[in-house]
Design a protein around this ligand. Structure first.
Ligand SMILES: Nc1ncnc2c1ncn2[C@@H]1O[C@H](COP(=O)(O)OP(=O)(O)OP(=O)(O)O)[C@@H](O)[C@H]1O
Ligand SMILES: [Mg+2]
Length: 270
């Protein structure tokens, strides 16, 4: 989705945001991320706020913002606080506490990896009340799985982030923050570390190294190897089919990573 400048948004939205947060002194667009039509830092008298929004006519994007807003109070130990949540001028907009930091470095030997693993250790203890409306993870795959009945293996009630690319992990001086909860889902707990493994492979780790980094996480220790095999295979086959001709280098890297991981699991177990 193409990003839109703050200045070209409807004046009703400008007013609604300033009614809630106070006068905006200046705005700074964010280059990271792609999905949200608006992703910008607004500077206010009391400091910066991160604004993220989409036209309500874009139902998919608006639903992601709804989901992100609903999940926020339950993931506050790993993510910035939601400060404003409004709909105005045909737009849905969320304002978050601004995190001063940079995107995580997932490459081998990166000094960010400890902070990333720490945030995962916190994440695996979080519980999402059943009243919070997020997607069922297995349902997201039902159009793609070759044997849909096998999808029950990845079903569950654990809170899953499901978009763990390094742009969604902000490294501050001492810690990592996990942002962008728009694709939050419920499923089997091993999906969080498994998704991190794929992302680490996409950033240059060998599958064995990426898996070894998960060793301290309970969700990894308790993972059924057969379900990990299944999930690796599901990702590899689905992504290879869906992104046969990926143009974006990151899409190419994750498809390769998924295939590499699935093949690694096959060789190491048979
Ligand atoms: N609270 C925050 N404070 C500072 N920067 C943030 C904050 N939240 C997000 N960002 C930055 O803005 C980028 C875009 O935000 P986010 O990932 O939430 O939206 P997105 O456009 O949906 O991204 P994607 O295309 O990855 O799904 C992030 O990658 C991060 O660099
Ligand atoms: Mg993002």
């Amino acid at each position: 989705m193409d990003r839109i400048e703050w200045q070209s948004l409807p004046s009703d939205l400008h007013s609604a945001v300033q009614d809630e947060l106070g006068p905006i002194i200046k705005v700074e667009p964010t280059s990271e991320g792609r999905r949200s039509a608006l992703a910008t830092v607004a500077h206010l008298k009391d400091g910066p706020v991160f604004l993220k929004g989409a036209p309500i006519a874009n139902e998919r994007a608006a639903a992601q913002l709804d989901r992100e807003a609903a999940v926020n109070p339950h993931v506050r130990s790993v993510t910035p606080e939601l400060l404003c949540d409004l709909t105005a001028g045909g737009w849905r907009l969320l304002g978050f506490e601004h995190v001063q930091g940079r995107r995580a470095d997932y490459t081998p030997g990166s000094r960010d990896l400890n902070a990333v693993l720490d945030v995962f250790a916190t994440l695996e203890h979080l519980q999402l009340p059943t009243t919070v409306d997020v997607m069922w993870f297995e349902g997201r795959w039902s159009d793609y799985a070759t044997v849909p009945q096998h999808l029950t293996q990845i079903a569950g009630t654990a809170l899953l982030h499901t978009d763990l690319n390094p742009g969604n992990v902000i490294i501050t001086g001492t810690a990592a923050r996990l942002v962008d909860w728009g694709m939050a889902s419920r499923g089997t707990p091993l999906v969080n570390p498994a998704d991190l493994v794929i992302n680490l492979i996409a950033c240059g780790h060998a599958p064995t190294e990426a898996e070894a980094l998960m060793a301290g996480l309970d969700t990894w220790k308790n993972a059924d190897p057969a379900v990990l095999d299944y999930y690796a295979r599901l990702l590899a086959t689905t992504w290879l089919e869906a992104f046969w001709t990926p143009t974006h280098p990151w899409a190419r890297a994750v498809v390769n990573a998924a295939v590499q991981w699935a093949m690694h699991r096959r060789h190491s177990r048979h």
